[in-house]
Ligand binder design. Structure first.
Ligand code: B12
Length: 160
């Protein structure tokens, strides 16, 4: 996969408010939705941080390569097509198997199952596999986004 990393980066210049963290934003291989990624990139940039957005249908080897190249403060996985639960397990297993990347915080959020509100909560399962934060989206995205903001403030920004 060498040489294939897209250069889709913030075009908004250097972050302005304490913008010291780098986020690697990606999806999972099966998921072609992209507005979730665009919205999250804007949200994280508004928080004052730098985003490297790998785009939709993100291949697992690309996430590994970009993690090694960028040394992000956090990998953010966003998926909404409902297959995320399965794909996300493969992604975190691959990332955690790389000793030099194993300590990077990785969080996931979005519409993680196919049955909406009737899905069982995937949080415990995904945490057990190695995700540091899990933010499932239900009827409204706001609780997930609030949880993510709190994670960034308490876990990432405070750790610096
Ligand atoms: C546009 C769209 C498409 C377009 C995508 C175009 C593109 N390139 O982006 C097309 C037509 C290609 C498409 C295809 C499919 N889609 Co579609 N799509 C949508 C739709 C109508 C809007 C998605 C969108 O752009 N939303 C705008 C963004 C800004 O909102 P968002 O995606 O929800 O993201 C926000 C939150 O979820 C949250 N969030 C997301 N990730 C993360 C991560 C973290 C860490 C946090 C904190 C928060 C968070 O924050 C984001 C910003 O607010 C939704 C329905 C809907 N109203 O959501 C269905 C929807 C996502 N699609 C769905 C499905 C099933 C499919 C298909 C499987 C349909 C099919 N049978 O072919 C395919 C899958 C394709 C694939 N390989 O992935 C389902 C998913 C079901 C589920 N998960 O429960 C939905 C919910 C429709 C439905 N109600 O059934 N889709």
């Amino acid at each position: 996969m060498k040489g294939t990393m897209p250069q889709l980066r913030s075009q908004r210049g250097e972050p302005t408010r304490g913008g010291s963290l780098t986020f690697l934003l990606c999806s999972v291989p099966s998921d072609s939705h992209m507005w979730n990624l665009v919205a999250l990139q804007l949200l994280i940039e508004e928080m004052g941080h730098r985003v490297v957005n790998l785009g939709a249908c993100t291949a697992v080897p690309l996430v590994i390569e970009a993690s090694r190249a960028e040394r992000p403060d956090c990998v953010v996985v966003s998926t909404v097509n409902g297959l995320g639960r399965v794909d996300a397990a493969q992604l975190i297993t691959a990332l955690r198997a790389e000793p030099d990347l194993a300590a990077i915080p990785v969080v996931i959020g979005g519409k993680l199952g196919l049955r909406g509100d009737r899905d069982t909560d995937p949080t415990a399962e995904l945490r057990r596999l190695g995700y540091d934060g899990v933010f499932p989206v239900g009827a409204s995205a706001e609780p997930a986004l609030a949880g993510f903001r709190a994670f960034v403030a308490t876990t990432l920004e405070r750790a610096r």
